[in-house]
Ligand binder design. Structure first.
Ligand code: HEM
Length: 546
């Protein structure tokens, strides 16, 4: 298998030629497609789908939407019902609301990736991730997460917590000294940079293992790959589909996607580690000993190399980088947002702090009782009951923190964009209400109809962090009433890891800081509703817990 560790195949000059020819053809097709889009009404064959009226003076719905998403969606739904057309992001899209939302997620003829690609040319960016040119629909990465991470999460927790804790302390120490204020508090101008280091290091130890995760170049490349992805998503600016921009991006990516550099850096760092692992495996075999396989996703991928038809180590690194992008970008962004919610609603911090103390006290008591039981029977106390680990943040302890779980779920519920998670139709699809969404159109989800439905309880427009306490509504439960992770077969397989990390980050923060404040409170509303990938526009002030 190691023979497959190749020299990286950076693009040769001849590849530029391969791109030059399509440029001419591409220019002509771009012009043709633009004309075509303008010429047709573009909302498909079903004329019973109402089109939302335009505000006086507007030629599209963008301005009204970006001014006040809630008011826009409310007006359109009141005027048109659950399904209506909008001209948004330079695309004709069909908004789907209420119970019909489920049909979009559950029908394989709608595709989330197709829609994301239409807006961002994401697939040409990601293409170097797979040398085998496996189709994006292959679900290899879905399976890797579902089979290797989710069921074994408790095994990875100690490593994750250690990395989160260590990197939180390292990053905060920088600000504590340089940004100390007279009242003893200190300012972190860009909290996202703290969270980036925490999350990238924690994810790295699970995906590529502790040896590679120690390499600063690797962590830096993960963080900069994330920035490249955020750039593709528009860095929080108003999204706008552009045939021309897509054409230019795809052409550039075909010459060289920025992802290629990141993959090469990872492959270079991984090569000696894989060689050493291979050596140890052979050595163990020769001695007739059992080789203790390192417990990380890279090893699992190497062990299933043939099953997944990987081509070489660089190919494996491509998939790993995709997993890093899917996990680090989303989790960093959401945990940063979580910090701002803690700052905007400081009245809830003490309840969360009390909860963690109670849960850890309880676990300590239970472990002590087990130790006493063993002693009474004259049996030895194993390492698993080491008293030094009684107050460790285990997966079980994090699970018991139901207020933190509810807080995190409420952050997701309140933050969600009103219209998002577009799914493009691969063929004409008839909904159960008889309406037909034509092939090529994007069904965009009315999240407000799900997240602010009366089924969510009282004051659905308000942030009520204990809304889900005592209810069967864990933050991992992807369903029609909770859609940040999608739902159905394609629901995010990484949500169990993501939620556990988010809760841990919340717990670590409030165990060290009794108060977080938004440096510029005038930006609070904008920050709390910011779209994923939006740069944060205010710092945070931290008060250390006495
Ligand atoms: C706050 C964190 C996260 C959010 C909000 C999030 C959200 C999503 C969403 C909306 C989808 C698309 C669902 C659909 O197609 O309808 C998705 C897919 C996916 N996510 Fe996540 N995700 C997060 C964290 C993670 C993590 C930590 C991992 C990896 C461990 C991960 C791995 C994936 C993969 C592999 C897919 C593709 C699934 C498929 O195509 O079947 N995500 N995620």
């Amino acid at each position: 298998m190691l023979g497959l560790v190749s020299n990286s195949p950076g693009l040769a000059a001849s590849d530029a030629l391969k791109v030059a020819i399509p440029i001419g053809i591409g220019l002509a097709s771009a012009a043709y497609l633009t004309m075509k889009a303008v010429a047709s009404d573009g909302f498909g064959s079903d004329k019973t789908i109402p089109i939302a009226s335009l505000r006086e003076g507007d030629s599209t719905h963008d301005k009204e939407f970006y001014e006040d998403q809630d008011a826009f969606v409310e007006r359109c739904q009141a005027e048109n019902g659950d399904v209506f057309g909008v001209y948004l992001m330079n695309l004709n899209q069909i908004v789907v609301s209420g119970p019909l939302v489920r049909e979009i997620f559950m029908n394989e003829d709608f595709n989330f990736g197709d829609s994301a690609d239409q807006l961002t040319s994401m697939r040409s960016f990601l293409r170097p991730m797979t040398k085998a040119q496996v189709e994006f629909d292959s679900r290899i990465v879905h399976g890797l997460v579902r089979d290797n991470i989710t069921p074994h999460l408790p095994q990875y927790t100690a490593r994750i917590v250690l990395q989160l804790e260590k990197n939180l302390d390292i990053e905060m120490a920088k600000y504590r000294t340089t940004n100390k204020r007279e009242d003893g508090t200190f300012l972190v101008e860009k909290p996202v940079t703290v969270l980036q280091q925490m999350v990238a290091n924690a994810m790295a130890t699970v995906f590529v293992g502790p040896e590679i995760a120690k390499d600063r170049h690797v962590i830096e490349t993960f963080i900069s790959a994330m920035a490249d992805l955020a750039k593709l998503g528009g860095n929080g600016k108003a999204r706008r589909h552009s045939v021309w921009k897509n054409f230019v991006r795809r052409t550039k990516h075909r010459i060289r996607s920025p992802l290629q550099n990141h993959i090469q850096i990872l492959a270079e760092a991984a090569t000696p580690v894989v060689l050493e692992r291979r050596r140890l495996e052979k050595e163990a075999e020769a001695k007739g000993e059992v080789y203790e396989r390192p417990d990380d996703i890279m090893q699992k991928m190497l062990d299933s190399f043939d099953k997944h038809h990987f081509v070489d180590l660089e190919d494996v690194c491509g998939y790993l980088l995709f997993l890093i992008l899917a996990s680090v970008h989303t989790t960093t962004d959401t945990s940063t947002n979580l910090m701002f919610y803690l700052a905007a609603y400081p009245q809830y911090i003490e309840t969360l702090y009390e909860e963690q103390k109670e849960v850890l006290d309880q676990i300590q008591k239970e472990r002590e009782a087990l130790r006493q039981e063993l002693l009474a029977k004259g049996e030895a106390i194993g390492d698993d009951l080491d008293p030094n680990e009684d107050r460790f943040l285990s997966a079980a302890a994090i699970k018991r923190m139901v207020h933190m779980d509810s807080f995190v779920r409420e952050v997701f519920r309140c933050r969600a964009e009103c219209l998002t998670l577009g799914h493009r139709a691969r063929k004409d699809v008839t909904l159960s209400n008889g309406m037909v969404i034509s092939k090529g159109l994007t069904a965009i989800i009315n999240m407000k109809s799900a997240h602010q439905s009366p089924n969510q309880g009282e004051d659905v427009t308000e942030f009520r962090p204990w809304r889900f306490v005592g209810k069967p509504k864990a933050a991992t439960k992807a369903a029609a009433d909770f859609l940040p992770f999608g739902m159905g077969k394609h629901a995010c397989p990484g949500r169990f890891l993501a939620i556990q990390e988010l809760k841990t980050i919340g717990v670590l923060m409030i165990s060290r800081y009794s108060m977080l404040e938004i440096q510029d409170p005038s930006k609070t509303k904008q920050i709390l509703r910011s779209r994923i990938g939006t740069p944060t526009i205010s710092g945070l002030i931290f008060t250390e817990r006495k």
